[in-house]
Design a protein around this ligand. Structure first.
Ligand code: NAP
Ligand code: G4F
Length: 336
């Protein structure tokens, strides 16, 4: 029987990989699209498929979500929509809580109000940000200590998902995903900011890139691998919560070095703190400077996930290496 999926956040990075993945599996896919004065659908405009349908709505509009879920009658909901930028959440904490925490509650309530508890499975896009500065490696048993308005909102959504599973028997699962990137990554996240800057420097449109904390470490995988994990989480025999990660960690500095090496610049670091610069060994150009405006009021020093539960229970593992991820992103930005 043909399954129907509803993806909130279909216009974002992960939605743009999940939608074709589900269409290839024969799903009818509905997505939630925010109305903007300019189109938000660039990442999915190339998908020309009779089974893809977009519906206007917003995570802050509960009646709209109830009506859409009533009409769509989804077998699976992938709740990917969120104000997902950690630094922006310090400037917009109330909106972030509304969209990310209450938005999740609105969907869970819609499932309950519409009597879909036995029909509709629910996937919540939880995050390694929940762990804060807990020692690495982090897994499903690591205590949470959120350190941003984004992470506190996501903590509410994480527990709402578990509560609706326990209280109403909804198949509701959390994927606790570590950072995942791609050529579709938003342009102000650090990886894509670096790869886009490299392309602009190569074309002579920019001289250098300004960054914040170079020493933060992240467990960076590829979004393509992680959307398969989301689907596997909803195909598991019971609803449960899973870490998806590569198990490897790299600093922002490592990412800078790997990315610039691909256009022939070995970076040498000079100075310290806000005076630090990254200089090309080949040309002596200053390619990286520090701008304190990119520092956060509270930072996570090291994220490195332990994905062994997902490997064992879901037969899932990240396939793309750090080097291949950096290369794909740089090559994409050089070509566009
Ligand atoms: P993203 O590229 O920022 O996409 C976010 C999506 O949410 C976009 O489609 C955006 O729509 C939509 N959205 C934001 N606010 C909304 C609202 N009020 N109503 C309706 N839609 C709204 O994020 P992503 O990287 O794909 O991440 C997907 C999800 O996974 C997010 O929930 C994120 O917090 C979580 N997550 C991401 C990572 C990661 O490393 N990528 C790791 C762990 C968890 P517009 O296109 O209109 O802006
Ligand atoms: O790329 P980022 O902005 O991603 P961050 O904060 O790790 O959050 C991402 O991953 C989370 C999962 O762990 C998701 F839940 C969340 O939705 C998002 O997808 O920053 C990564 C690191 C940070 O330590 C930041 O301080 O890079 C550091 N950084 C250094 N310079 C910078 C910059 N980050 C940004 N965005 N811009 C900079 O110029």
């Amino acid at each position: 029987m043909t399954k129907t999926a509803f993806i909130t956040g279909i216009t974002g990075q992960d939605g743009s990989y999940l939608a074709p993945f589900l269409l290839d599996k024969g799903y009818i896919v509905h997505g939630l699209e925010r109305r903007g004065s300019l189109s938000h659908t660039d990442r999915i405009d190339h998908i020309d498929h009779e089974n893809l349908h977009l519906n206007y709505g917003d995570m802050t509009d509960g009646t709209n979500l109830i009506r859409l879920i009533k009409d769509i009658q989804p077998d699976e909901i992938y709740n990917l929509a969120a104000q997902s930028h950690v630094q922006v959440s310090f400037d917009t904490p109330e909106y972030t809580a509304n969209a990310d925490a209450l938005g999740t509650l609105r969907i869970l309530e819609a499932i309950r109000i519409l009597g879909l508890e036995r029909k509709t499975k629910f996937y919540q896009a939880s995050t390694s940000e929940l762990f804060g500065n807990a020692p690495a490696p982090q897994n499903e048993h690591t205590p949470f200590h959120p350190r941003s308005p984004y992470a506190t909102a996501k903590l509410y959504a994480y527990w709402a998902t578990i509560n609706y599973r326990e209280a109403y028997g909804i198949f509701a699962s959390n994927g606790i995903l570590f950072n995942h990137e791609s050529p579709m990554r938003g342009e102000t996240f650090v990886t894509r900011k670096i790869t886009r800057a490299i392309a602009a420097i190569k074309r002579g449109q920019q001289t250098h890139v300004e960054l914040g904390n170079l020493d933060a470490k992240r467990d960076w995988g590829h979004a393509r691998d992680y959307v398969e994990g989301m689907w596997k989480i909803l195909q598991h025999e019971i609803a449960d919560d899973f870490v998806l990660a590569t198990g490897q960690t790299h600093s922002v500095r490592d990412f800078v070095e790997a990315a610039f090496a691909l256009i022939g610049h070995d970076i040498q670091w000079q100075g310290s703190g806000v005076q630090e610069t990254g200089i090309s060994k080949q040309t002596n150009q200053i390619l990286v400077t520090i701008n304190p405006k990119f520092f956060r009021p509270t930072e996570l020093d090291i994220l490195c996930g332990d994905p062994s539960k997902a490997k064992k229970a879901l037969d899932w593992q990240a396939k793309t290496s750090f080097q291949d991820l950096v290369k794909e992103m740089v090559e994409h930005d050089l070509s566009t």
